[in-house]
Design a protein. Structure first.
Ligand SMILES: NC(=O)C1=CN([C@@H]2O[C@H](COP(=O)(O)OP(=O)(O)OC[C@H]3O[C@@H](n4cnc5c(N)ncnc54)[C@H](OP(=O)(O)O)[C@@H]3O)[C@@H](O)[C@H]2O)C=CC1
Ligand SMILES: O=C(CO)COP(=O)(O)O
Length: 346
């Protein structure tokens, strides 16, 4: 199944970087897992376990952890960027300072930068001169690290402005547990992956308030409608939102106990404070910052995004979650079909 035995560097030894390293190592690649935490590097190499992020998983021998960034990228053509959105510019900046040739970046993060409203591939393009950037490939879809690391069946998509390179990356990752599709819609894949986290926060709140499956199905369905409305306005293909990076990722993130976004929403619905929850989780909860971006984008592009807008008030303006649901339920009456047709004509 495609190329084997390449040297590949993964930047970011969190849960997703570690799980993807396992996929690549299973495929016969030599994986250099870079972390900026020297103790973590030592611990991974000595114990073959990433205690901080995937404590129950024994890592294959082909994964070696690195602290020195320059050494980790020697002789490498493909670099997987697996840090949260807020760290992308900093880590890419460090990478540019040590690169001496062109590489392909596979980015796997799911967010929008609230300060600039940029997608992650746009941020990378801004930070990397052409002299060191061959292509950017995005890998996204319904894929929790906890299940990928157990080799449970998982499907994702890859996309790029350069689809030959996306196909090469498809071959690097594809195996009998990890099925990789291609999709040429870069904007749709990035927007679907980023915005589903907002809806997962809302679904978690609904569950935390004690509401049932009807409410969650409503959030998933109407959440998809607002993701698709914004996505198509930005130039995405509406069909992408019926695919793995759209409804697929929305379902997994709104329904899985593994989801940090769902868990955060759940604790909010039960009355905990956002600040305390984020401290307790100690992991990336991308939907919080992306909600800030979505609110601005809804206003800038004049797109109706009622769930994202009300979630902003819950997260940042102390709105009571129960009042937020009441407000969503008592909005002006509308026609579902008109709304769906609007997505196709944005
Ligand atoms: N977990 C999952 O199942 C999936 C996650 N994703 C996406 O992948 C991205 C990464 O998430 P995930 O791995 O889960 O997050 P985690 O919180 O599990 O890990 C993030 C990792 O990035 C490191 N990091 C943070 N800031 C920096 C920095 N400035 N420089 C270097 N390293 C840094 C963290 O180190 P430290 O903790 O030491 O600060 C940690 O090792 C997110 O965008 C997420 O949405 C996508 C699909 C699945
Ligand atoms: O993107 C993910 C699954 O596809 C991970 O979601 P969380 O960040 O909510 O855990």
């Amino acid at each position: 199944m495609g190329n084997r035995n390449e040297k590949i560097t993964v930047l970011g030894a969190g849960s997703w970087g570690t799980a993807l390293s396992i996929v690549l190592a299973d495929n016969g690649h030599d994986v250099r897992l870079w972390s900026y935490n020297q103790d973590q590097v030592k611990q991974i190499n000595e114990t073959r376990v990433n205690e901080l992020y995937l404590p129950n998983i024994k890592l294959p021998e082909r994964i070696q952890a690195y602290f020195d960034l320059q050494t980790s990228i020697e002789g490498v053509d493909t670099i997987v960027l697996a840090v949260p959105t807020k760290a992308i510019r900093e880590v890419v900046g460090k990478l540019v300072r040590v690169l001496t040739k062109k590489v392909t970046i596979v980015h796997v993060a799911k967010g929008i930068e609230p300060e600039t409203l940029k997608r992650i591939s746009e941020m990378i393009e801004e930070e990397m001169p052409e002299s060191v950037l061959r292509s950017i490939v995005v890998l996204s879809g319904p894929s929790h690290a906890e299940e990928v690391s157990l080799r449970h069946p998982t499907t994702v998509v890859v996309t790029s402005k350069n689809m030959d390179e996306a196909e090469r990356v498809q071959d690097l990752f594809m195996n009998s547990n990890f099925r990789v599709y291609t999709n040429p819609d870069l904007i749709g894949v990035e927007i679907g992956g980023a915005l589903k986290n907002i809806i997962a926060l809302a679904a978690g709140i609904s569950d935390g308030l004690g509401y049932g499956d009807n409410a969650k199905a409503a959030l998933i369905t109407r959440g998809l409608a607002e993701i698709a409305r914004l996505g198509t306005k930005l130039g995405a293909n509406p069909l992408t939102f019926s695919g793995l990076a759209g409804i697929g990722d929305l379902i997994v993130t709104c329904t899985s106990v593994h989801s940090r976004n769902w868990r955060t929403g759940n604790m909010l619905g039960k009355g905990e404070k956002l600040e305390d929850i984020l401290k307790k989780l100690g992991q990336a909860v991308e939907g919080v910052r992306t909600t800030k971006a979505a609110r601005q984008m809804a206003e800038k592009y004049d797109v109706k995004m009622p769930i994202s807008m009300i979630l902003y008030e819950v997260l940042f303006e102390n709105m009571n979650p129960k009042d937020a649901v009441d407000e969503l339920m008592t909005r002006m009456k509308t026609s579902e079909m008109d709304d769906l047709v609007n997505i196709l004509t944005e």
